[in-house]
Design a protein around this ligand. Structure first.
Ligand code: ISE
Length: 341
């Protein structure tokens, strides 16, 4: 890593929404990188994306072949959650840098194995797609906290709403696929580790399945006496929203309102709401890919790493335990290996 004489050739695994977004960003908005290959079982979709990304983009139906290819310098993984860990391990075995969409894995054991393999390798090659860390509105909140504007931060209040749950959603997958962002966000914003979790869930009339707790409230205790209260609702119906306020002992900071004009009409004032994360976080996805590319060229990854992916998954697992037990569950952060200091 860091010895790229030429433009970095990136292999993108998955050509759906997230894969297409990263590929288009890399080919059109990031200098120093290009899409070298696209892999998808849906070959026509992969071929279309490859063509959109420019000439000479290879198309693969086998992810191993893409990962192993000598002309591919780094990998972006955007396939379904349960495939992430295996693909990241393949990259680690070849010491090939890999940007993996969240979650890093779907089990704590797999995430731990990734951390162990990276520690064994002795250098970081894995980055996890916690894109909120690159969102200008989130960064404004983070900077305000760090500048001392609100004094000591004591409470993270997050809201995370999807317009509608995807098919096959379970109470547990809501935590693995959606809440994992909020757990990472709370740790990152407050700069504290989680110490206890308590989760409640309810089944709303909007849920397709009577068993699924599609609205969940997560309460966290974190180090330094900090608290977090996070709502995750995957059937909000009206659109996609990520809201955040951090309360400090000298003030509070609320994320800037949506980047949309306010319309006042017929005794009503309001603004439009995005439909999904691709609409909500366009800047974050570009900044995330730019920084990743710069870091690869500079030889030092600075983004959310395998440790962040592992700890967020450990927190997810503790949330699942709490959801099942109906009780508060303690959370003990494992010892951080030196690689992640
Ligand atoms: C989705 O997979 C994402 O990654 C989005 O960022 C998240 O907000 C959404 O809840 C997930 O389903």
């Amino acid at each position: 890593m860091g010895a790229y004489s030429d433009v970095i050739s990136v292999g993108v695994i998955g050509s759906g929404g997230m894969g297409a977004r990263h590929a288009e960003t890399l080919s059109g908005m990031v200098s120093g990188a290009r899409v070298g290959g696209v892999m998808d079982l849906d070959r026509p979709r992969a071929e279309k994306l490859a063509t959109d990304c420019g000439p000479d983009v290879m198309v693969f139906e086998d992810e191993q072949a893409l990962i192993r290819h000598d002309d591919i310098d780094a990998i972006v993984v955007t396939t379904p959650d349960e495939t992430h860990a295996g693909l990241v391990m393949e990259c680690l075995q070849r010491a090939k840098p890999v940007f993996c969409e969240k979650p890093l894995a779907t089990t704590v054991e797999d995430a731990r194995r990734i951390v162990e393999a990276e520690v064994e390798l002795g250098r970081k090659v894995v980055q996890v797609g916690f894109m909120r860390r690159y969102d200008p509105q989130h960064l404004d909140v983070k900077n305000a906290i760090e500048s001392g504007d609100i004094g000591q931060p004591v409470l993270f209040r997050g809201t995370h709403r999807n317009e509608g749950a995807r098919t096959g959603t379970s109470s547990e997958s809501i935590l693995i696929n959606s809440a994992v962002h909020d757990l990472d966000s709370a740790r990152w914003m407050l700069g504290r580790e989680i110490e206890e979790v308590y989760v409640h869930g309810t089944n709303t009339a909007a849920a397709a399945d009577d068993e699924v707790l599609d609205l969940q409230v997560i309460q966290l205790k974190l180090g330094g006496g900090c608290l977090a209260n996070i709502e995750v609702y995957v059937n909000a119906g009206y659109g996609y929203e990520v809201d955040l306020e951090v309360v400090g002992d000298a003030g509070t900071i609320h994320i800037a309102p949506a980047n949309a004009p306010e319309l006042r009409k017929q005794r009503h004032a309001g603004h439009s709401v995005e439909g999904d994360w691709l609409e909500r976080f366009p800047a974050a996805y570009v900044l995330e890919m730019r920084r990743w590319t710069e870091d690869l060229r500079g030889g030092k990854l600075t983004g959310p790493d395998a440790w962040d992916g592992y700890i967020s998954l450990l927190a997810v697992e503790t949330c699942i335990d709490s959801l099942h037990s109906g009780a508060k569950e303690p959370f003990k952060s494992p010892q951080r290996p030196e690689l992640y200091e």
